[in-house]
Design a protein around this ligand. Sequence first.
Ligand code: G3H
Ligand code: 13P
Ligand code: ZN
Length: 341
Amino acid sequence: MPLMTTKPMFDLAYGGGFAVGAFNVNNMEITQGIVDACVAEKSPMILQISKGARKYANMRYLKHIIDAAVEDHPDLPIAIHLDHGDTLDLAKTCVKDGFTSVMIDGSHLPFEENIKLTAAVVKAGHGAGVVVEAELGMLGGIEEHVVGLSAEEYEKNVEKFLTDPVQAADFWKRTGVDSLAIAIGTSHGAYKFKNEPKLAIGRIEQIMKTCPGLPLVMHGSSSVPREFIDLINKYGGNMPNAMGVPEEQIHTAVSKYGVCKVNIDTDLRLALTAKIREVFATKPAEFDPRNYLGPGREAIVGMVRRKLHVLNCAGKAEAVIKQWKKLGNPLPVFYTKAAHA
Ligand code: G3H
Ligand code: 13P
Ligand code: ZN
């Protein structure tokens, strides 16, 4: 079974010039679009589920959809990851649900509290063979609402919110976390920049110096492709000034630095929405969901395939499986016979 934690993936990605795409799943079509793209590109994948996705789709349904993908594609490395977990209880529930990786996001908390919460999740996760991602520093989007900053204020003060390399080393040492989401100027959603899109690439290098070997994660990495925004606006949508992270900057971050995981959700939403809008506007008599969700799913396949090349992740499935075997086929306790006896 090639279901695995992210460890074998990051072992190769770190210093290997590529990153694994972590795509948010909320329903069957989105999951199939991502999986079909990874099949076509022979690429490992991280399927991530937020608290909102759990609530929307019902975890049992989502898990079975992912299990179907795992069953259908025994040669593809797949990790199931909790995105932006906010409590120890939620992280423990995900461990019990068969996730192979969980994120605990205490980035809005004071430093010591973030450490305390993260260390508790690491203890619970590692005890069950599950790896843990944490976050330090402050992205826009979700966190922006937490601290009540406007996008403009965030951008003006971005330097203040970037991950501090010295704190990162202390955080890593005291939590034993497996990977770290860093703030380098990205934010969630479709409106990432008001002016020129720019990442603090130099900050990645500084963090790599204080935390050598620690896999780094980039949240808020959608590029908000022009083609989808144009379709959305052409067919009745209203998304002026949408702007993402240019793909060249993502490419630099993954090919030259230790960024091993790149989170993408918004681009999936845009691809699906653009195609649905197009069908509704050009075929007003259409009412069979398969005839608008189907084109949406196809648009996701195309977008994700392109992204896997930006991440240099295409063609890496076989090497990751080899690394997983070299590590002794590790799987969380959930998947062992003993756990179900
Ligand atoms: O970073 C957040 C992801 O895009 C998940 O969003 O909480 O709306 O599912 P969500
Ligand atoms: P985007 O909104 O840029 O797709 O970021 C998604 C994300 O970081 C999920 O954790
Ligand atoms: Zn995120």
